[in-house]
Ligand binder design. Sequence first.
Ligand SMILES: NC(=O)c1ccc[n+]([C@@H]2O[C@H](COP(=O)([O-])OP(=O)(O)OC[C@H]3O[C@@H](n4cnc5c(N)ncnc54)[C@H](OP(=O)(O)O)[C@@H]3O)[C@@H](O)[C@H]2O)c1
Length: 301
Amino acid sequence: MLGVVLRGVLGATQLCAPRYRSRRAQATLSAAMPGTAGSKKVAVVTGANKGIGWDVARILAEQGHTTVVAARNEELGREATAKLQKATGSQGVLFHQLDITDPVSVEAFAKWAAQELGEVNILVNNAGLAFKGNVFGAAEAQQTLDINLFGTRRATEALLPLVPNGGSVVNVCSMAGKLSIIKDKALRSRFENAKHADDVTALANEFVDAIKADKLAGSGWPSSMYGVSKLCEATYTRLLAEELSTLNIAVNACCPGYCATDMSSWKGYKTSAQGADTPAWLALEAPATGKFWSERKEQPF
Ligand SMILES: NC(=O)c1ccc[n+]([C@@H]2O[C@H](COP(=O)([O-])OP(=O)(O)OC[C@H]3O[C@@H](n4cnc5c(N)ncnc54)[C@H](OP(=O)(O)O)[C@@H]3O)[C@@H](O)[C@H]2O)c1
C-alpha cells in the first residue's frame, strides 16, 4: 500500500530513493528507539512557530538534536526559530517554510530536507486547526480535514523516504478524536476495520458530504469537525504503523492534554511546555508503534 501511496504523492523518482530501498527486511521495533542510544538525531516539527509545536522543538533542541522549525508563515517561523536558538543556545535549530496543505510547499520542503539534512529521524506532525466558537459547515469541515488529516498525510508521505531505521513519527492527535465519539456501531466499525489510508479518506469525505447535504443528524456522525478530523488522523496513524510494521520505524498518535494555546483561546489547564512532554517523549523514546498515548501512557484509540 505504501508504495502506491508514495507513488501518488511523490512520483516514481523519490519512491525509489536509495535510502528507502535500503530499508528492507529490517528487525521489528526494538528497545533501541531514537534517543536511547544517545546519538544526535534530525527532527522536523510541523507548526512549530508557536504553541505545543514550539515547545516540542525546544525539548528536542535542548537535547542537542538538529531541529527544524517548520512553519507555513515565513516571518513567524523565522521569529520562532530565533527565539528557539536563544532559548536553547543551540546552533542546530533551523527553519524551513512548510504549509502542509500546499503540495508545492511540501515537495519543496522534502527536497530541501533530502539535500540539506539527508535524513529525518524524527517527524512530529503537530500542525493542526480547530475552529473556535460555534463555527460549523461543510467548507469549515473540509478545511479542518485538509490540515489535520490530509496535510498530515501529505507531509508524512513526502518525508517518509528520509526516515531511516530507528526513526519515529509522532502525530499530535486529541482525546477529542477518540473512537468513542462515534456512537453509531456500523460507522464505528468502519473506523475500526479500516485497512488502508484511502478508507480514512473515504470516511472523511462522507462526513463532509453529510454536512453538505444537511444530513448529519441521523447519519451517525458526531457534530464535531475537529473530533472527526482527529479521529481520522489517529486512524491513519494506526494504519501507517501497520504498513510500516516490518521496518524499525515507530508511528504513534498522542494527545498533549488541554493546553493553554492560541487554539484553545488560552483556556487549557496545562502549559504548552507540559503538553509537549508526551509528543517529545514519543519522538525520542517511543516504547511501541501503532498506539495512542496520553501522559506517556497507552490509551485505547
Ligand atoms: N491546545 C490543546 O489543548 C490541544 C489539545 C489536543 C490536541 N492539540 C493538538 O496539538 C497540536 C498543536 O496545537 P496548539 O494548541 O499548539 O495550537 P496552535 O497554537 O494554534 O498551533 C497550531 C500550529 O499549527 C500550524 N498550522 C496550522 N495549519 C497549518 C498548515 N496548513 N501548515 C503548517 N502549519 C500549520 C499553525 O501555524 P500558524 O501560526 O501559521 O497558524 C501553528 O503553528 C494540534 O495538532 C492540536 O490539534 C491541542
